[in-house]
Design a binder for this molecule. Structure first.
Ligand code: SF4
Length: 491
């Protein structure tokens, strides 16, 4: 049991990819046997312990290096219920130590060339560089600022390589004219509605096109998920392109789970050239949710915060992740998932704050069934001063049946449906569909005037025909709404 971490080292440590000199191997072995029992260290070679309240985040089975995923709970990790969510432990200890603001710094993804290598030598060389007297003198000083400067002079260069250069600051977009219809409407102060259309599980596009036509007049943009529940579907990129051809605007969702850093950068350049202007960055559901055989369950190449940081810099600084210049940089409006009911609002608020600093301009939230609980999250965001920096669209899903309600409550990470709503669905019997619509209308009514709420994200997955009715009856039709030539199919 490691001395300073909440649990054992769940996954084995990394070893270097290349043969190293004998002396280096000895040092690595010593570091491995010391830091493993103490911190659960996995020898990622890019040590973040100083920023993560001395708990190694590499215990996280998704390899999240910037905070908890949307499925996290205060009790356990959603991927493996036998272990705690390491990020909850990190935040909990950081709050107790008064180090929580350090968690805002955008930490880098792994440099796989260093994985398995020791980091003590890096620290030693950095101390030599700044001078032992300056470093230790600063640390022993009675002045908190001097202590912090001395600490940063050694540990910041170790954890923040030049190619990443992460920080804890807000970086406003380096452009003023909206790049998409969605951004234009939000900037104009319109109450915006987006809708999710399920990507097909075949190559046939007739149902996809039909669903796009159903929702198109009613929404500012249409979202396409990227293989939710870690199950293959038509790619978000292909669905987005088909949507543009059909005269509507897509929000292309990208899950870090299925991307390498090279693949991500290539994909956004390609999709941007094809006209995609809204991108939603997600870490993605764990492979644990997929069918067998399960894919790679361990550390991902990037998390959603990494994606935002990389994409924002590609757009605003015209550089690739490795620092090379992009002659004609991409233009897009960047979004991220907001998780009002994951972990704890004050923890989640730091996580959302970090996403905004990294580049998120809008949030589409996980499903909301408890408007009062949403207030806690919004208040926590307001306290951090980020409501003015990000647009928030609240996730609403009409419940089609009692079975769906129970499934979402029990199986979908980060979703909680209050008991009273489940009981209403049960009591409705064969009128459950209508009850689900009424619940959705009530939810929209109770969230639409909340401070910080800029719109609704309707996720009527597999029930797209209901979207026109809900938007019409909720009184949130777009200002330039033109009724479709033919009435939408009856829901
Ligand atoms: S709940 Fe999410 S963030 Fe927490 S340890 Fe599990 S996978 Fe990682």
């Amino acid at each position: 049991m490691p001395g300073f971490t909440p649990a054992r080292r769940w996954q084995p440590p990394y070893y270097p990819f290349k043969r190293e000199p004998f002396g280096t191997r000895v040092l690595e072995s010593v570091e491995r046997v010391v830091k493993g029992p103490m911190f659960g260290c996995r020898m990622c070679g890019n040590c973040l312990l100083q920023e993560t309240a001395f708990i190694c985040p590499m215990e996280c089975p998704k390899g999240e290096r910037n905070g908890p995923c949307g499925g996290s709970t205060t009790e356990y990790c959603y991927v493996d219920k036998t272990r705690p969510c390491v990020w909850y432990k990190i935040y909990d200890r950081a709050f107790r130590m008064g180090r929580q603001e350090m968690l805002l710094e955008v930490l880098p993804p792994l440099d796989w060339d260093k994985t398995g290598g020791e980091t003590w030598a890096d620290v030693y060389h950095q101390i030599q560089k700044v001078g032992g007297k300056n470093f230790f003198g600063g640390l022993l000083s009675g002045d908190a600022e001097k202590r912090s400067t001395a600490w940063s002079s050694v540990f910041r260069p170790v954890r923040q390589p030049e190619w990443w250069n992460g920080d804890a600051n807000y970086h406003p977009p380096a452009y003023t004219e909206p790049v998409s219809n969605l951004e234009k409407r939000l900037k104009a102060g319109e109450f915006v509605v987006t809708a999710e259309v399920a990507p097909p599980m075949t190559v046939a596009t007739n149902k996809l096109l039909k669903n796009i036509e159903i929702v198109k007049p009613y929404v500012a943009a249409i979202n396409f998920t990227d293989c939710p529940s870690a199950s293959p579907r038509m790619s978000s990129w292909a669905c987005s392109t088909i949507t543009i051809q059909a005269g509507a605007e897509p929000v292309m969702q990208i899950a870090a789970r299925d991307r390498t850093r090279i693949g991500l950068q290539a994909e956004v350049l390609g999709s941007n050239a094809l006209g995609v202007r809204n991108i939603l960055c997600l870490s993605g559901d764990s492979m644990e949710m997929s069918s067998v055989p399960k894919g790679k369950m361990d550390i991902l190449d990037m998390d959603s915060v990494h994606m935002l940081w990389i994409l924002r810099r590609m757009r605003d600084e015209a550089i690739y992740m490795d620092g090379r210049q992009i002659k004609f940089p991409p233009k897009y409006f960047l979004g991220a998932a907001g998780s009002p009911f994951a972990s704890d609002p004050r923890i989640q608020a730091i996580r959302e704050h970090k996403k905004v600093n990294a580049g998120a301009q809008f949030f589409q939230t996980n499903l909301v069934y408890d408007p009062d609980g949403l207030d806690d999250w919004l208040e926590a965001l307001e306290k951090r001063g980020i409501l003015e920096k990000v647009y928030i669209l609240i996730g609403i899903t009409p419940l089609k049946s009692l079975k769906v309600a129970k499934y979402m409550n029990e199986e979908v990470p980060g979703v909680t449906i209050p008991e009273k709503l489940v009981k209403r669905m049960e009591a409705a019997g064969d009128k459950a569909e209508e009850e689900g619509v009424q619940i959705a209308l009530e939810l929209i009514d109770s969230v639409k005037n909340k401070k910080g709420v800029n719109g609704i994200h309707l996720m009527a997955v597999g029930w797209e025909e209901i979207v026109p009715r809900i938007i019409t009856e909720a009184g949130i039709l777009p200002p330039d709404f033109t009724p479709p030539a033919a009435p939408p199919p009856k829901a």
